[in-house]
Design a protein around this ligand. Structure first.
Ligand code: RFL
Length: 407
């Protein structure tokens, strides 16, 4: 890592060591770690604070991520309010098979809706640590990333004025649709992509969960998933053709398919309720390698997208944020550039491991629905192995919980 040279313009234009683009879990965590290290940064966000704090998305946090937040004083509310989940359940062939991963490993998941996490992090960054987050900005553009004096411009939505922030580093944490990844010139990084060729109808239902754990329904009609979000709201997924329209899925059809695909002997009927969100996700992944370009460091979904198959995206975003926040702090406070030099390589090892697990799990979820009896046979063999082979169960639990000793 080269040393920072002084900015000749810094007397006339605002300069801040780090500009973070995006106030999602990755951006707000990096911002908070920087504040804790006494480093100034500005977080720029296109949406309002209210929108980012209420946008429903993920809900499963891996225990290591909560412990890492806890060590940084950021998990108080999670530990107080989140539910601990200790098992998941596969349903196939009309039977339910419970997989008690806590019994096997001593580890569990936390169920905590992403909007609550983002609200906690925004409170920690802005209200507790006095961090500078600028919401509802427009026209964010990144400049001169390959130099040691990059800058970020944006339009302030309140005044309509264009602003320019000079900085030493830009953190691109603006998610899958942001501008940071697009600011990297063609050919400067490799973007590896994978398309599952599968759609999921993603549903939020105003009804309590129908089980005390995550449920995966593997059925010839297609996959169905059940994930608790809160005592009042439950997420469900239904496999559908990619590009399908949510309008094809009436209330009656949704509940008929959920009941059919999740039905199992000895399990109570689903608790039904109004559908408060209904959209189709075309399942795909990408990975940007390396996750850096000049003075731009990508984090979270901006750097890698993992389809919500194994509930990994939020956890990876937090993992990047811990690595990057600590590395920037080490460099900017003591000149130690090792963490920044190794950031991409270290982050990507967990990213690729989680991508591989998502692919494996996708084969299991979708393997009995394609009409191919051979694939259906091998899928059911894989599933049975989880419940007959302790070695297979231990490997699954380790990947599901993200607890490998080394990535
Ligand atoms: P985010 O959360 O998308 O935040 C990026 C922020 O950047 C803002 N932004 C910009 N800001 C400034 N300038 C621009 N030009 C900008 N463009 C965008 C956005 O408004 C936003 O506030 O990215 P981050 O921080 O990397 O976090 C990633 C996670 O949000 C994501 O991986 C998860 O939500 C994925 N995911 C799940 N992950 C899990 O670990 N467990 C789950 O159970 C889980 N379920 C899900 C999910 C994602 C889903 N969607 C969105 C497909 C369920 C669903 C339905």
């Amino acid at each position: 890592m080269t040393t920072i040279s002084p900015h000749p313009e810094s007397r006339s234009l605002p300069h801040v060591p780090v500009v973070v683009v995006g106030a999602g879990p990755a951006g707000l965590t990096v911002g908070t770690l920087l504040r804790d290290a006494g480093i100034d940064c500005v977080v720029l966000e296109t949406e309002s604070r209210e929108t980012v704090e209420t946008r429903p998305r993920a809900g499963v946090l891996e225990e290591w991520a909560v412990r890492a937040l806890e060590r940084r004083g950021l998990a108080g509310r999670i530990v107080e309010r989140a539910q601990a989940h200790t098992a998941c359940e596969f349903r196939f062939g009309g039977e339910a098979y419970r997989f008690p991963y806590e019994e096997l490993t001593g580890r569990h998941h936390y169920v905590y809706p992403q909007p609550l996490l983002v609200a906690d992090l925004a409170r920690e960054f802005v209200d507790v640590r006095g961090g500078d987050a600028r919401f509802s900005v427009r026209d964010v553009e990144l400049h001169d990333l390959e130099t040691d004096r990059p800058s970020v411009s944006y339009t302030c939505s309140r005044t309509g004025q264009q602003r320019l922030l000079l900085c030493d580093f830009v953190v691109g944490a603006d998610g899958a649709q942001g501008v940071s990844r697009a600011a990297i010139p063609e050919g400067a990084v490799r973007i590896a992509r994978h398309d599952y060729g599968v759609g999921w109808l993603s549903l939020l239902v105003e009804a309590p969960p129908s089980s005390d754990c995550v449920v995966f329904g593997i059925h010839p009609n297609g996959f169905a998933g059940h994930m608790a979000r809160s005592p009042e709201v439950t997420r469900y997924y239904l496999q559908c053709p990619p590009g399908d329209s949510p309008h094809h899925w009436t209330h009656t059809r949704v509940w008929h398919e959920l009941r059919t695909r999740l039905e199992a002997a000895g399990r109570p009927p689903l608790t039904e309720g109004p559908l408060i969100e209904k959209r189709v996700l075309d399942l795909h992944d990408y990975v940007v390698e390396p996750m850096t370009y000049g003075r731009l460091f990508l984090a979270g979904d901006a750097a890698h997208l993992v389809a919500p198959i194994a509930a990994k995206g939020l956890n990876l975003a937090l993992h990047d944020a811990f690595l990057l926040g600590d590395a920037l702090a080490a460099y900017l406070t003591g000149g130690d550039g090792e963490g920044l030099d190794r950031y991409s390589e270290t982050g990507l090892r967990r990213v690729w491991d989680y991508q591989e697990f998502s692919q494996w799990l996708s084969d299991v979820y979708h393997g009995t629905s394609g009409g191919d009896p051979f694939r259906a046979g091998t899928t059911l063999a894989r599933l049975r192995r989880l419940f007959t082979s302790p070695a297979a169960a231990a490997a699954f639990a380790e990947q599901y919980l993200g607890t490998a000793a080394h990535y």
